[in-house]
Write a protein that binds this ligand. Structure first.
Ligand SMILES: O=C(O)CCC(=O)C(=O)O
Length: 310
């Protein structure tokens, strides 16, 4: 009897093997997760975020993560009103101008949560990464839009106003190689696997889960992404405002490469400081050598971008 396996040859594998982990300038440092309250007052949101970043840095954070949509209420009505032209910069993007100024002044890396971005006649849900020199190092546009309908619980259709991003985003910073996703992006393991295969130390997901999926899925997904890919995962949510149109779950968290929760909080405003130590990645990967044990002869994930760049 012929078997499928006999015609399936390992040399047909098209996926490049996992890249080795790079050595960033800092391999042990504190991350600050700023779980911020968000109001309808954009100026206040920007100065509030600035104060929180300064506080996180004063507590020793070299990397600061902000929530999803921190300069605007989370609603399809608000996105067009609060959107900024990030590429134009300056007055056209006061939120990213602030992030650039603070990262340079405090010499820290900032994963700037996300804000609504205007690009021509399109709107995106976009995360900007600033390096210690205040330069914009990467821009991630949410790839998987949050379109869900759980009858009697929650219906939200980001696609009413937003366009999906088209590229995974992985960025080299002073504090490691970081893969970026925004909220719903965390549900797609393939994205996290590709980041891991490209040598990411840490995945950062600004997010705003809700009162239905938050209790069941938020921590589970973070721990799953960290455990499966043997890397750090950090998330940051807005603080909960029960009077707002969209009620965020909160619970911003740092998870280690063994799936362990290293730092977390409840739903109120908070600045959470957690320690990241990349030497732990090698230890975990040596003890549990999943990368060596993976059966690339039987299944493969194709990283289209890495193949295209060859
Ligand atoms: O996946 C979920 O349950 C929540 C996702 C979400 O709130 C978002 O993508 O903004």
């Amino acid at each position: 009897m012929s078997s499928m396996a006999s015609s399936y040859k390992p040399e047909q594998a098209r996926v490049p093997s996992a890249l080795p982990l790079p050595s960033p300038p800092l391999t042990k440092f504190n991350i600050g997760l700023c779980q911020l309250s968000v109001t309808g007052d954009k100026k206040r949101n920007i100065s509030h975020a600035k104060n929180a970043i300064e506080e996180a840095a004063s507590k020793g954070a070299k990397l600061v993560l902000l929530p999803e949509i921190w300069n605007s209420p989370y609603s399809n009505d608000s996105f067009p009103v609060y959107a900024e032209d990030i590429d134009a910069g300056g007055d056209a993007s006061p939120s990213t101008a602030m992030l650039s100024e603070v990262s340079k002044r405090l010499k820290i890396t900032i994963i700037g949560g996300s804000i609504p971005e205007r690009f021509g006649d399109r709107l995106y849900n976009t995360c900007c990464v600033f390096g210690t020199d205040g330069e914009l190092k990467a821009k991630h546009r949410k790839i998987h839009l949050f379109d869900i309908d759980i009858p009697g619980k929650i219906t939200f259709m980001e696609s009413k106003t937003l366009t999906a991003g088209e590229t995974p985003t992985i960025v080299d910073t002073e504090v490691g190689r970081i893969g970026i996703g925004i909220c719903y992006d965390i549900r797609f393991q393939e994205l996290a696997m590709i980041y891991a295969a490209r040598g990411a130390h840490l995945l950062c997901y600004p997010g705003a889960f809700n009162m239905t999926t938050g209790p069941l899925h938020w921590e589970l997904l973070q721990r799953a992404r960290a455990t499966d890919n043997q890397l750090y995962v950090a998330t940051c949510s807005p603080a909960r405002d029960s009077g707002a149109g969209y009620t965020a779950w909160g619970h911003s968290t740092l998870v280690g490469p063994f799936g362990e929760v290293l730092a977390t909080t409840e739903h109120e405003e908070a600045i959470i400081i957690g320690e990241i130590d990349y030497s732990v990645l090698e230890q975990r990967r040596t003890s549990l050598p999943l990368n060596k044990q993976r059966r690339g002869d039987l299944y493969q994930l194709v990283d289209v971008q890495r193949l295209d760049s060859k």
